[in-house]
Design a protein around this ligand. Structure first.
Ligand code: G3P
Length: 217
């Protein structure tokens, strides 16, 4: 499973990228707003750091303007994936951009039917939002599983990009189901390293290091 990092914070992207943990980046208008940066500038900076796909989201609601925005975003770098919402206008934009060979990430997907439409429209990525379904007492992971089954049934090449990931557990569950990519905030990726038995074991080893005066350097 590929890891995308869901942030527009340059320092955090750099840190994880240097560790080989970043196969791509996803942003959205809320993350751009949080960064306080100009969308075109910060997106260009991210594309200069990361070689994998960098999702940049359109902000218009009608297809013509979305398409113009998408084309402008795509000019930033070769690794831009234009992100469009899963609306009828977004699907039209997806089809037009993917016909032009531009990567498209269709976002705000909450149903298997929406995922089928995105694949038909030539999406490179479909972004089902797990956490926001969980918030409504639904099971976001069930949606990932349903889309995996449907895409495999028909050989759809659209990549399942599990999004709205809130916990380290979501990451391993997505990997078990077979999501192609998971995009997560840096804190969630870092939390994957945590285990209480690792901490306990290390404390025991450190006590013995102290007791025996073990030195390496
Ligand atoms: O990748 C989508 C993500 O940014 C949304 O996450 O936690 O706001 O539902 P969240």
């Amino acid at each position: 499973m590929k890891f995308f990092v869901d942030t527009a914070e340059i320092d955090q992207i750099k840190e994880l990228n240097d560790l080989g943990m970043v196969d791509g980046v996803t942003t959205n208008p809320s993350l751009i707003a949080k960064s306080g940066r100009d969308i075109l500038e910060v997106t260009k900076e991210i594309c200069d750091i990361v070689s994998g796909p960098v999702s940049a989201e359109v902000v218009a609601l009608d297809a013509d303007t979305m398409l113009a925005e998408g084309r402008k975003l795509a000019k930033i770098a070769d690794n831009i994936a234009v992100k469009v919402p899963l609306t009828w206008a977004g699907l039209k934009t997806c089809k037009a951009l993917s016909d032009d060979g531009i990567m498209v990430n269709v976002t705000l997907c909450f149903s298997a039917n929406q995922a089928i439409l995105a694949a038909k429209a030539g999406a490179t990525f479909i972004s089902p939002f797990i956490g926001r379904l969980d918030d409504l007492n639904m099971d976001g992971l069930d949606l990932i599983e349903d889309i995996r089954t449907i895409y495999d049934n028909y050989g759809f090449e659209t990549n399942i990009l599990a999004a709205s990931i809130r916990s380290a557990n979501h990451m391993s569950e997505c990997a078990k189901i077979g999501a192609d990519v998971a995009t997560a905030p840096p804190a969630v990726i870092k939390a994957m390293a945590n285990h209480v038995l690792t901490d306990k074991g290390l404390a025991g080893f450190m006590a013995d290091v102290e007791k025996a005066g073990i030195k390496i350097l």
